[in-house]
Design a protein around this ligand. Structure first.
Ligand code: F0G
Length: 350
């Protein structure tokens, strides 16, 4: 059957009606990739939900298509968000599609190159602030309360509604909910959305159970784990460089209700997982996404994921968004040699 995006596919589970405009960039329907090599090595059944194959390269498209459709339905002409990069790329693309203005506030110097390029090429008005994501979100919340501008960060409930569809897909692709769902946590909207989706699918008897949900923050931005706002969050994973997650309660609730946890991984663990999934499975996701695999590795090691478990690791964004980090962590420069067969053979045969 032809794929026509998440609103068409899941309309009976979403707050849409005959007045909701049809918007889609054919988001969703992303692959669940069985991680054959890592599964054997770890003694679990590991799958990647590869959200990097959405139209703008991250899971944000699922939420943004809903937020933008509802904004248009309500007559809004301008949308605005704060972003570590992916939200702004998605907002800019869907706004372009709908002929709306899009204003994005980003933390200066702390967003991946590809994401910045996306927001700009889609025609958003990009404003960089001397401050981090948390400050940007604070400003956007204040401004959108006063101005006729729609806020499209994940505090907009339609974002969560759209993003919950990824949990539906996981259940359908696997034939049931997994034993464990492991996901990176930044502003905590996505973990909130997945948990809502899993609960709803279970209630509708489309799965036999709900998964245990493990969320992973980056250690330098682990506000929920440390139970305190981090004023100056720091991590190589700029996507989740967030010190005061807006959906804090949603994350805590997902962990509590599912018998899961919110835990953290170091930048070293993130970089290790980032390279491991590329080299062992041929899957390139961005550093923020790698917090999820890093969390799986840690949990298998400490026994909080038992052998034989079915595990879905959510890979939230495409690795191509952040080429700088790929080159930086591998520190590999291709050597330039003569365009000559002997020279190439000498090089590759040693
Ligand atoms: N992974 C990636 C690639 C992200 O871009 C984000 C969030 C997350 C994980 C965390 O998801 O915030 O729902 O807990 N990025 C936001 C943005 C903040 O502005 O693009 P979350």
């Amino acid at each position: 059957m032809k794929w026509e995006g998440i609103i068409k596919k899941y309309k009976e589970y979403l707050p849409v009606n005959e007045n909701t405009p049809e918007v889609t960039l054919y988001e969703g329907n992303t692959p669940l990739i069985y991680a054959k090599n890592l599964s054997e090595e770890l003694g679990i059944e590991l799958h990647f939900k590869y959200e990097g194959l959405n139209p703008t390269g991250s899971f944000k498209d699922r939420g943004m298509v809903m937020a933008v459709a509802k904004a248009a339905e309500e007559g809004s002409k301008v949308i605005m968000c704060a972003s570590t990069g992916n939200t702004s790329a998605a907002a800019a693309a869907y706004a372009a599609r709908m002929g709306m203005r899009c204003v994005v506030l980003i933390p200066s110097g702390n967003i991946a190159l590809g994401k910045l390029a996306q927001a700009i090429i889609y025609g958003a008005e990009v404003v960089a602030i001397e401050g981090n994501f948390d400050k940007a979100l604070e400003l956007v919340r204040e401004i959108t309360e006063e101005q006729p501008i729609t806020l499209v960060n994940s505090v907009n409930p339609y974002r969560i509604e759209g993003q919950k569809t990824a949990a539906f897909e996981v259940c359908d692709q696997l034939g049931d909910a997994p034993d464990y769902l492991v996901i990176p946590v930044g502003n905590a909207g996505n973990i909130t959305a997945y948990w809502k989706g899993f609960k709803e699918y279970h209630q509708m008897q489309k799965s036999s159970k709900t998964p245990i949900v493990y969320g992973f923050e980056a250690e330098g931005a682990a506000a929920i784990v440390k139970n305190q706002i981090i004023e100056q969050p720091e991590t190589i994973a700029t996507a989740i460089r967030i010190g005061n997650p807006a959906s804090w309660d949603g994350a805590v609730n997902a962990a509590k209700e599912s018998n899961g946890k919110i835990d953290m991984v170091t930048d070293e663990q993130i970089i290790e997982a980032y390279q491991l999934m590329a080299r062992r499975e041929g899957v390139f996701a961005e550093p923020g996404s790698a917090a999820s695999l890093a969390g799986v590795l840690q949990s298998v090691k400490d026994g909080s994921i038992p052998k034989g478990a079915t595990v879905v690791s959510v890979l939230t964004g495409n690795g191509l968004k952040d080429p700088d980090t790929a080159l930086k962590v591998t520190n590999y420069q291709p050597e330039v040699i003569k365009a000559d067969k002997q020279a190439v053979l000498a090089k590759i045969l040693g």
